[in-house]
Design a protein around this ligand. Sequence first.
Ligand SMILES: [Mg+2]
Length: 225
Amino acid sequence: MYFDLDNTLWDFKRNSAEILKKLYLEKLSNLQGISIDFSSFRDIYEKHNHDLWKAYERGEVTAEELKVSRFDRVLEELGITKLFKSEDLNDFYLHNLAKLPHLMPHAREILDYLSPHYSLGILSNGFKQAQYSKMSYSKIIDYFNPIITSDQVGVNKPHPEIFLHAIRESGCQPNEIAYVGDDYLVDTLAANKMGITGILLDPDHKVQDENILKLFDLIELKEYF
Ligand SMILES: [Mg+2]
């Protein structure tokens, strides 16, 4: 059984919100002559980050471009490009983010429940170094083998090649594999297309599709496995 990491096991939204607050307080809150409030800073960051991740998933920007561009765009929109280097802000963000340990509800409980009976792996569109760090600090890394990240394979989900790589690494047939993720297109439908059983974690009830397996909470995996 493979899992996606961000917003499936590791609570990216909560962890990222904490780091943005820290970055704001340490770097931006007491600039002389400039006042930026936290919620505008966060909204601006999230808009650009979201757009760039979508572009990355379409193969339009590289991982390296994404890391720097998101803060470039934020600094530009705030009109403070002269005060900071986007690389420094990005380093601060990534370095601190990956050390936060907050997991999604019942993540550890379900891993404890599954791990005696199934081989568990990670299949993630994140960067290898950051994803290993997140799993180490949240103390879940030992549950998983293999751990597959898109920068190692060279393509991102939903590209079929990364799923083929995951199938080969598992030594199983596609129909013996389940993949739990929080993105309907990139995780669930892409897995189903490859013959893997995609399971969507959709805590906000966003997706209406009678043909897929859907969870509101990871603990519901106990009903299937
Ligand atoms: Mg995810």
